[in-house]
Design a protein around this ligand. Sequence first.
Ligand SMILES: [Zn+2]
Ligand SMILES: [Zn+2]
Length: 294
Amino acid sequence: MKFPVELILLALAPVFLLFVAWELWLFRRQGRLGLYHWRDSLCSAALGLLHQGADKLAWVLVLPLYGWIYQHHRLFDFSAGWLSFFLLFLGQDFLYYWFHRVSHRVRWLWAAHSVHHSSTRMNFTTAFRQSLMYPLAGMWAFWLPLAWLGFPPEQVVAVVLLNLAFQFFVHTQAAPKLGWLEYVFNTPSIHRGHHAKNPRYIDHNYAGVLVVWDRLFGTYAEELDSDPCDYGTVKPVNSFNPLWVSLVEWRDMLAEAWHARNWRDRLVLLFGPPEAAEKVAERQRAGEARRAAA
Ligand SMILES: [Zn+2]
Ligand SMILES: [Zn+2]
């Protein structure tokens, strides 16, 4: 029987848990156990499981579309082999960079992705923090070009999940900078910067596996001892309830869009950058003040 690729992450769960145990042991020895908070980690684990469920369902629903594009519209025929696997990995990692960058700059996608950033801690369990809402946000659409290029849908799923599996290992404060690897790969140091809300780091380091995309497209920020990472989101979630954490930004976004005064504001609130919500609110307050004065 063939291994169902959609289950790669669940199959790797024992490895992930082993690393969590190692990190806990290390921090205990170093007197840094405060980097863990059991309710925060439990919330992350629950979010990971919810995301796995939603993700499996999404693949069942969208695989026929991937299959149709691959069957009828593919541009190339890749023969199975290492070269084709390498090209697929490269293409998917490039698309991941853009998916991730758009997820930080378009609120519709940020509503889902903010879940991953909602913890004020940074440890291996932070990697489990994924959104149940990615299928609705449209994450699945970002890999469609790979099927169109000519990569079989099953391989696309496998590479998407392997990329995520790699990213588990960059969620830690247990590793220092890693020398020349910092120039090629996404590392713990680089990803710590990504999870920080300090002005120096925010909206930088979008890498999945390769950091070359950040260096190429001008979104790389080096982690500095002089500016220690302050983890979390600008708008804190302050909850350990996985359903609340999954839905609160959707609720805020939809409520604000519903009450918007015009369609321009409504579109900005849904598809503008996340911080634009504050500007729209200011504009509305100024408008109300003007009307009250008139
Ligand atoms: Zn992110
Ligand atoms: Zn992360």
